[in-house]
Design a protein around this ligand. Structure first.
Ligand code: COA
Length: 376
């Protein structure tokens, strides 16, 4: 058995999985064998979720049944809403989401014997969008909107944010964003989900563990950081000096780099194209998008040799910003769709479970006598 310590477990296989496949040199990502480009163009979030949970593309009857189930599970109990109303509005929405999703487990208890039933996952995935959008109203002092059963997942999400009937083109873009963020092999948050799953914790706590892990800026929290960075840069002409100053001072360019990809993240390429579609619809390119393009160009000159290119978070936030979504809700949006992947991994973990219990390289003191207080 190897005892070599590899920081960040880089390159260490920690599980076997047939859910998604990534080739970081070819820039390829596929869910259950289907390329992400094709899913983003042809599938829906509901269909992709079912594909992730069950392993196969559904028939029209299976999809209709699943959509019916998802729509019927959107309402969040009043008790959870009351918990949310008591949270400080100054807190980060990811903290709210972790609290709310964990508390759902107290109101919808899961029997361990039913863990293999994919309906357990539906109860959570369907409510994730409700929790995030309800918070937007609660923190602004209003009662949250009730979900609508006549809308798709993406449409209802947009409706619950704004209270307005969603524009079909915007809903389609949101749907594609949800698909693109739904799954990504064993990243930090999925690993956290697997560790929690391996202890036989409830799926609500599995998702709560993953939400907490996604929140950090090195992972899902980067989408919020990217927009803050682009706002600080201000305009394309400032990009060169800003990036160079940042790199010269060993700072990070948010939304750049990935442990697994040494080329541009395929999701970033798709999101960039979607941003172009958005610009065509609006008839103008947003200054923030222009600034992002300038940052990418300079990073290409400075960082490409290290295999550092835009990741999924580089362009997503600009799109969400254009949709009018508050910056601190970008990572919760990521969590909404990634709940599908987390729960697919939860189910897979339980089919052949062994508790995660890695080892460590001890670097502390050898054994020593206890020192009385007056001798310290
Ligand atoms: N900006 C500037 N330099 C970066 C960078 C970035 N975004 N990402 C990596 N690097 C540099 C590091 O400084 C390091 O350089 P060095 O070898 O000269 O010291 C080298 O690239 C390797 O980086 P490291 O942090 O060890 O890679 P990792 O695989 O451990 O980390 C990330 C991967 C994603 C955490 C890292 O690329 C990062 O912090 N990116 C920004 C945050 C982000 O966008 N996260 C979302 C990921 S989807």
């Amino acid at each position: 058995m190897s005892s070599e310590y590899l920081p960040g477990l880089a390159g260490v296989p920690a599980t076997q999985s047939n859910i998604s496949y990534l080739d970081g040199e070819a820039g390829l990502l596929a869910y259950r064998g289907y390329r992400i480009e094709e899913l983003a163009e042809k599938s829906t979030f509901e269909e992709t979720t079912l594909l992730l949970l069950k392993g196969e593309l559904p028939t029209s009857d299976e999809l209709a049944e699943f959509e019916h189930l998802m729509r019927g599970n959107r309402i969040v109990k009043y008790n959870v809403r009351e918990i949310m109303k008591n949270l400080p509005v100054t807190g980060h929405p990811m903290e709210m989401l972790q609290t709310a999703v964990a508390s759902l487990g107290m109101f919808y208890p899961t029997e361990e014997a039913k863990y293999s039933d994919y309906k357990m996952s539906v109860k959570i995935i369907a409510r994730m969008a409700s929790l995030v959008t309800m918070w937007e109203h609660i923190r602004n002092g209003y009662d949250p909107l009730l979900p609508r059963k006549d809308l798709s997942y993406a449409e209802n999400l947009l409706y619950m944010f704004s209270g307005e009937d969603p524009d079909p083109d915007v809903a389609r873009i949101m749907d594609a964003c949800l698909i693109l963020h739904a799954e990504h092999t064993i990243n930090a948050s999925t690993f956290a989900a697997l560790v929690a799953a391996s202890t036989l914790a409830s799926p609500y706590l599995v998702v709560a563990a993953a939400v907490g892990t996604l929140a950090g800026p090195l992972h899902g929290g980067a989408n919020e950081k990217v927009v803050q960075m682009l706002q600080a840069i201000g305009k394309p002409e400032n990009a060169k000096a800003w990036v160079e100053n940042q790199l010269d001072n060993k700072g990070k360019i948010w939304g750049m780099g990935h442990r697994e990809y040494s080329v541009k993240d395929p999701r970033a390429t798709i999101l960039q194209k979607m941003m172009m579609v958005w610009a065509e619809k609006k008839g103008s390119i947003s200054p923030m998008f222009e600034t992002a393009l300038a940052v990418e160009e300079i990073c290409e000159q400075r960082l490409a040799a290290k295999g550092i290119y835009p990741n999924v978070d580089f362009y997503s936030g600009i799109l969400y910003k254009e949709m009018g979504i508050p910056t601190d809700q970008f990572t919760p949006l990521f969590a909404i769709s990634r709940s599908a992947g987390w729960l697919a991994h939860w189910q897979e973990q339980l089919t052949d479970n062994r508790i995660f219990r890695p080892t460590q390289v001890y670097t502390g003191h050898t054994e020593r006598p206890y020192m009385p207080m007056d001798k310290r």
